[in-house]
Design a protein around this ligand. Structure first.
Ligand SMILES: [Zn+2]
Length: 656
């Protein structure tokens, strides 16, 4: 029923992949020769060709992230160009594009809604890659894409070089005395018979000093170094905007923002801008109060003029005083196995899905747990869960989809599979893995993604599960599930001391819940500032470094709670939008959060968090339909109305 995760012959991957790609091309050529093309004889087999490639390549790329070695790196590097070349070739094949269009035009009356959606998405994506243009324009697009990827790479490289080029040495223990032991241990070194401390601009190190460093001068020193990194990126941004403009004009768009929206749930540029402005204006007053609270706290310490580089330091102290959240106190209550089993009980209780451990399934490490998911006694999906940190595993947490649910041309149903990967504290022979509450939230988040993929019952792979879901709503199911990890009733299902069995007290749970909304308005405003800058930049296509600065300054004047110093050049390190896929899409984080919060708010309003009826409705509309319908339609089916921004603001404690 499921393909085994089997990498015994990984060394031969390149040869095997070449063979698979060669066959795929032949199969597609044969399909293109069909005279009377229909959905069944053309699109369906075309879809299956794509699925069989990802069936082969997904585990090979996956293994490089979770069981990294020289061999996996070599295989990855050998296979990546083969796959990218193949994909580029397919995306530029206008025979496929025209065949899809013909089927859309000629067979329209016989197609069902899901098939129509498949064609709509595919034709859109072919067009966005310029497949329908003349050769001269295609050639130009190719050049532009190449230059753009070189520039993005240079942007990242400059940033990385600047990040690595800096260090701050602290000699006086007084200046580091508040830094947590684990961070201090990493910073400590011996020189000339003295103990000194080194801080860098790399993430854990920078965060440690800016949050806990007692010396105000040192805090400013490292802050200044951090936000003046890579000044040469200012010119790269100018070129990036210029080239992106040329690219989208060839494709028929006025600006990059409208190009970005072509694949998103948000329809109009104004919709995104007014959405962000609404959040900002509703959060502004409370953000002022939150800032005032830190200001007063800092004043007690003799700091009357709080600056950007003081904010994290005094906020952390204030938070500790208000909520006293000691991670170490909570960890024994969140033992991995017990969390997982309690989580499964919860999912079974609300979604009516059962997780059963598969004991003989192959995986990439002995710590990986494999489960089959069943619904009404019928197995519908398989999930691989790899929770603990390991040396050969990449950092962070993510969900990776392997197979999609769909019905093959032969009539056989392919069942979906996915992996969840986290980096939780490892277990040893003596102690089990004990999680922080933030780890529990991460697990809920990734499971939200996984269920979106695995519970699909869509018959077409291209719009099944998370495939075909618009970028600005993919985080909806994941953030939705996160909210349950802050609920008392849910936490009580599994927060039991691993030695004594004692259940975490109401008082301790209340502290977690209250601390969640600490400075929520300030952080929302910061996100809105980034998102508005990103969106307006790509809307107005501003190509001059100084004008770009003016745009950022204007947004800050309007929305930032605290104006950063003049030397702050945050834009030069904004990799999300200059070296990643978030250009004119940074708003997506908040956009999806509105749906998550609003769906969760329905549970709050029903007076019952474990509301099975509502949860099943959520499962049957949002999760089961995957990418086969637009999310605004699915949301309407769930709520009988459009999403409301106010639920998010209420849940975050920003309005009441
Ligand atoms: Zn996510």
């Amino acid at each position: 029923m499921f393909n085994e995760f089997n990498l015994e012959n990984i060394e031969n991957s390149k040869v095997n992949l070449e063979e698979i790609l060669k066959n795929s091309k032949q199969q597609i050529d044969t399909l293109l020769e069909i005279k009377e093309k229909t959905y069944e004889n053309f699109v369906k087999p075309f879809e299956e060709v794509g699925e069989s490639i990802s069936d082969f390549i997904t585990p090979i790329f996956h293994i490089d992230s979770v069981k990294n070695s020289e061999i996996t790196q070599k295989i990855y590097e050998e296979c990546l160009p083969l796959i990218s070349n193949y994909q580029t070739e397919i995306s530029q094949n206008d025979n496929i594009y025209r065949s899809l269009k013909d089927i859309q035009d000629n067979c329209n009356t016989s197609l069902n809604d899901i098939q129509k959606k498949v064609l709509e998405n595919e034709i859109r994506d072919f067009k966005l890659s310029g497949c329908h243009l003349n050769n001269e324009k295609k050639e130009k697009l190719k050049e532009l894409n190449l230059s753009l990827s070189e520039l993005s790479h240079k942007f990242s490289q400059n940033l990385l070089n600047a990040t690595n080029a800096y260090e701050m040495i602290v000699e006086d223990f007084e200046d580091v005395k508040e830094i947590p032991q684990s961070d201090l241990q990493l910073a400590k070194f011996e020189e000339d018979g003295k103990t000194k401390y080194k801080f860098t601009l790399q993430m854990p190190s920078y965060i440690a000093y800016i949050t806990y460093g007692s010396s105000r001068e040192k805090r400013e020193e490292i802050y200044k170094a951090y936000c003046t990194r890579a000044p040469e990126n200012g010119k790269i941004i100018e070129q990036l905007v210029q080239l992106k403009e040329e690219m989208v004009k060839i494709l028929g768009f006025d600006n990059y923002a409208s190009y970005s929206l072509a694949t998103k749930m948000a329809n109009k540029e104004e919709e995104v801008v007014s959405f962000l402005e609404e959040l900002a204006s509703k959060g502004k007053d409370r953000a002022k109060d939150e800032l005032e609270e830190v200001k007063q706290y800092a004043a007690k310490d003799g700091v009357e003029d709080i600056k950007s580089y003081d904010l994290a330091y005094y906020s952390e102290k204030l938070k500790k005083e208000k909520y006293d959240l000691d991670e170490e106190y909570y960890r024994p209550f969140f033992e991995e196995e017990s969390v997982l089993n309690g989580f499964f009980d919860f999912l079974n209780e609300v979604f009516n899905i059962k997780f059963s451990k598969v004991l003989d399934a192959k995986a990439w490490d002995k710590k990986v747990k494999v489960y089959d998911i069943s619904e009404d006694e019928k197995i519908i999906a398989r999930i691989f869960i790899d929770l603990e940190a390991r040396e050969d595993k990449r950092g962070g947490a993510w969900m990776n989809n392997w197979h999609s649910h769909y019905v093959k041309a032969s009539g056989e149903t392919q069942l979906p599979t996915a992996y969840i990967v986290c980096n939780f504290p490892p277990s040893s022979d003596e102690t089990p893995s004990l999680l922080r509450h933030s780890d529990v939230v991460t697990l809920f988040h990734e499971m939200g993604h996984a269920l979106h993929h695995l519970l699909s019952n869509v018959p077409e792979a291209l719009v099944s599960g998370i495939s075909g879901v618009a970028w600005d709503v993919v985080e909806f199911p994941s953030q939705f599930l996160e909210y349950f990890a802050y609920d008392k009733e849910v936490l009580k299902l599994f927060a039991k001391h691993y030695k004594t069995g004692e259940v975490l007290s109401n008082e301790a749970i209340d502290r977690i819940i209250k601390a969640k909304n600490f400075q929520s308005s300030l952080s929302m405003l910061r996100q809105v500032e980034f998102a508005l800058f990103d969106f307006k930049l790509y809307q107005q296509m501003i190509k001059d470094e100084n004008d770009i600065q003016t745009l950022l300054d204007d947004i800050r004047k309007e929305y930032a709670a605290i104006i950063p110093p003049k030397y702050n050049k945050f834009q030069n390190s904004f990799s999300h939008i200059f070296a990643g896929g978030y250009s004119a899409g940074y708003y997506s984080y908040k956009w999806a959060e509105v749906l998550s919060a609003d769906a969760f708010y329905m549970f709050i309003e029903s007076g019952k968090i474990l509301n099975k009826e509502l949860a099943i409705k959520y499962k049957n509309t949002i999760l089961k339909n995957g990418g086969s319908k637009d999310m605004d339609k699915l949301f309407f089916e769930l709520a009988n109305r459009k999403p409301s921004v106010d639920s998010l603001l209420k849940i975050d404690g920003i309005i009441s």
